[in-house]
Design a protein around this ligand. Structure first.
Ligand code: FE
Length: 198
């Protein structure tokens, strides 16, 4: 006996989980999908697609000026060089932060997001509060993420869409050239690449 709470594995499934199971069972029964396809999609987004891909793109751009130039010129193609691409990443644009400019991304209409390099969007990115306030009072929203932007830094807010999806290239650390690329990759977060953190 111990006084640990019951493991979640033993908790009963949530209403959402039951609903998802029922929908999947119906779609399989009607031969619209197969369970293998569902498993493959889940595996993709749990293990192969996420901010770790974007972080690799950023780190490469920090250490390789030619790659950075290609990335800013045609992000979809440059991201493809590292093996990333596919659904919701067909028209990527990379926005470079500089000492004078900070970029931040929102989708005011819904939740458009560059899946191949960032995975699925966080819940707050889809909230109506983020989508409306990031346009009306972006500096206040950034402050809530702990990001205080100096007044002399220009803030550019980009509205993502189904046609164009943005990835922010954060400022490189001063010693980027002397650090192993893997260490740089580990230093880049999802929030840096959305632009809510500088
Ligand atoms: Fe959207």
């Amino acid at each position: 006996m111990n006084d640990q709470p019951a493991s979640p594995a033993h908790a009963s499934p949530s209403v959402t989980a039951l609903r998802i199971e029922a929908i999947e069972a119906l779609l399989v029964e009607r031969r619209l999908i197969t369970s293998d396809v569902v498993d493959a999609i889940i595996d993709t987004y749990e293990h192969h697609v996420g901010p770790m891909n974007g972080a690799r793109v950023v780190a490469r751009a920090w250490v390789d000026p030619d790659y950075r130039a290609r990335l800013l010129e045609d992000a979809t193609s440059a991201v493809g060089e590292l093996g990333f691409g596919g659904a919701e990443g067909e028209h990527l644009v990379v926005l470079e932060n500089t000492d004078a400019v900070h970029n931040v991304v929102v989708c005011t209409l819904c939740s458009c997001y560059p899946w191949p390099v960032l995975g699925l969007p966080p819940r707050w990115y889809k909230s109506s509060a983020y989508r409306s306030r990031m346009v009306r009072e972006p500096r206040a929203v950034l402050a809530e993420f702990g990001t205080t932007l100096p007044d002399d830094v220009e803030l550019r807010v980009w509205d993502s869409s189904a046609e164009v999806r943005y990835l922010v290239l954060p400022l490189a650390p001063g010693d980027a050239a002397d650090r192993p690329e893997d260490e740089l990759v580990a230093s880049v977060t999802r929030d840096h690449m959305i632009g809510v953190v500088r």
